[in-house]
Design a binder for this molecule. Structure first.
Ligand SMILES: Cc1ncc(COP(=O)(O)O)c(C=O)c1O
Length: 457
């Protein structure tokens, strides 16, 4: 074992926890492209978004200039139940790999919802309650966001209606029960409950659903129900803002020991954990104070960054949401049902998309069997059973550490371990039984979806 003065786990004191979220956009010279009204193609105004989203969240969404937003006392009190999350030095993994690299991971799985999603869920529920709403609607893919939101809504006594992507609903009955335990109602999507769900089912009978479909249903439900608004667990600027708590804690912990990472790695579905983890580091990079290599990891079966186009697109399959400029595969794209993990979203955060477009971060894609191989390896060595999504980051962290073994470089690698995989045992089972395959869309398939992108002059 390396003989160093760094503890296995770097914890912060309560007094060292962030008191404000950091808004990365404030330091971007070229701001992310604005959301557009799908009818007029003009930037969405706050009043146009007001029927869909909560007021204070809209203000956060549209604010590209305020660098820090104070975290309300009620949210900080909730954070104290499960935060600060540990920054772990992966000594055991380093030794097993025989790498000179120093590996750290920020572990966000230490709460009942099992992932980082709770960081934004509690904030969004708080603002909904403050506005005097009855409840919120949402979609969930793998189930972590729905679980987190159910917990947050039950804490603030709000009604919570979740549309869960059908294949996850079937694969993960226990996730559904956790949500119901916290009082949420859960509907498999697409469903016959909404107009858009009925339309999608008529066009694609037997579809296993997608996040894009579920978003459309949840938005329709919110705008047609009195006292309800829609909330989203990723992609949006406001979600990245709340998730900055991950990066701010990480940076404070590293600074305590004068550690400067060389490489920062995170998995990317809609971009919220990665956007949160990298926020203060990217801020330094944008201000010219420091440099870091930042890598987004996505599944080869849903490769928005690496094979998508940077264009305006719908955030949902039903085309009811505003248009966002992002790396996208096309809002009709539905990843193969063989793809077990989350990270199934067709698009990407527009903030991260702009940073990637400017060459300020990299992206790579990985095959799911390689992801599960890394997940199992990590579980055996570090003792944590990782979520498949998080395991995308583990895969690339291991690969980078192995490169250091070849070159002898002592790089410092930090990655986001966003959650635990206890509800993903069907996927683990497939992997162990050799039933997991690596479906990767062909260029011809991707072109079909690309050709349907809306044309914005
Ligand atoms: C454990 C976990 N990690 C990562 C993600 C990816 O989401 P995002 O890119 O918004 O962080 C998800 C999404 O469901 C998740 O559940």
């Amino acid at each position: 074992m390396k003989n160093e003065n760094i503890p296995y786990k770097i914890y912060l004191n309560e007094s060292e926890m962030p008191k404000a979220w950091y808004n990365l956009r404030a330091d971007m010279k070229q701001k992310p492209a604005p959301l557009l009204n799908p009818g007029t193609h003009q930037p969405m105004k706050a009043e146009e978004l007001a029927g869909v989203f909560c007021e204070e969240l809209i203000a956060q969404e549209l604010d590209n200039d305020t660098a820090y937003f104070e975290i309300p006392e009620e949210i900080r009190a909730f954070y104290k139940m499960y935060r600060p999350s540990p920054l772990v030095r992966a000594y055991c993994l380093e030794e097993k790999l025989g790498t000179p690299a120093k590996i750290y991971y920020k572990f966000e799985g230490n709460n009942t919802s099992g992932s980082h999603k709770l960081n934004s869920a509690i904030a969004q529920a708080y603002y909904a309650k403050k506005q005097g709403l009855k409840g919120v609607t949402t979609e969930t893919g793998a189930g972590q966001w729905g679980t987190a939101l159910s917990m947050a809504c039950s804490y603030f006594d709000l009604d919570c209606k979740v549309y869960m992507v059908k294949c996850s609903y079937e694969q993960k009955p226990f996730r559904r029960e956790v949500m119901r335990t916290y009082g949420a109602s859960v509907t498999p999507s697409p469903s016959m409950e909404t107009e858009v769900g009925r339309k999608i089912l008529a066009e694609h009978p037997g579809t296993t659903g997608s996040l894009g479909c579920a978003i459309s249903e949840a938005v329709e439900k919110a705008v047609t129900s009195d006292g309800y608004r829609y909330v989203l667990g990723s992609v949006l600027n406001q979600v990245l803002l709340h998730q900055s708590v991950i990066g701010l804690e990480t940076k404070t912990a590293l600074d305590k020991f004068n550690i400067k990472p060389d490489i920062i790695i995170g998995c990317a579905g809609g971009g919220s954990n990665l956007g949160g983890l990298i926020a203060p580091f990217m801020g330094e990079k944008l201000r010219g104070e420091a440099d870091y290599r930042i890598i987004a990891v996505e599944p080869a079966s849903c490769p928005s960054f690496t094979r998508g186009v940077y264009a305006y697109d719908f955030c949902d399959t039903g085309m009811v949401c505003p248009l966002a400029k992002m790396y996208t595969l096309g809002s009709d794209f539905i990843p193969s049902a063989n793809h077990a993990g989350g990270l199934r979203y067709h698009g990407m955060s527009s903030t991260l998309s702009e940073l990637y477009h400017q060459g300020l971060m990299e992206a790579t894609s990985v095959k799911q069997t390689d992801v599960f191989e890394a997940a199992e390896y990590f579980a055996r060595v570090e003792g944590i059973l990782p979520a498949p999504e998080s395991s995308h980051a583990i895969r690339v962290a291991i690969d980078e550490a192995l490169k250091c073994k070849e070159t002898g470089e002592e790089k410092t690698i930090v990655f986001g371990l966003t959650g635990t995989g206890y509800f993903d045992m069907v996927a683990y089972e497939k992997f162990h039984d050799g039933d997991m395959d690596d479906y990767i869309p062909t260029d011809e398939e991707l072109e079909i979806y690309r050709s349907k992108l809306p044309i914005i002059e």
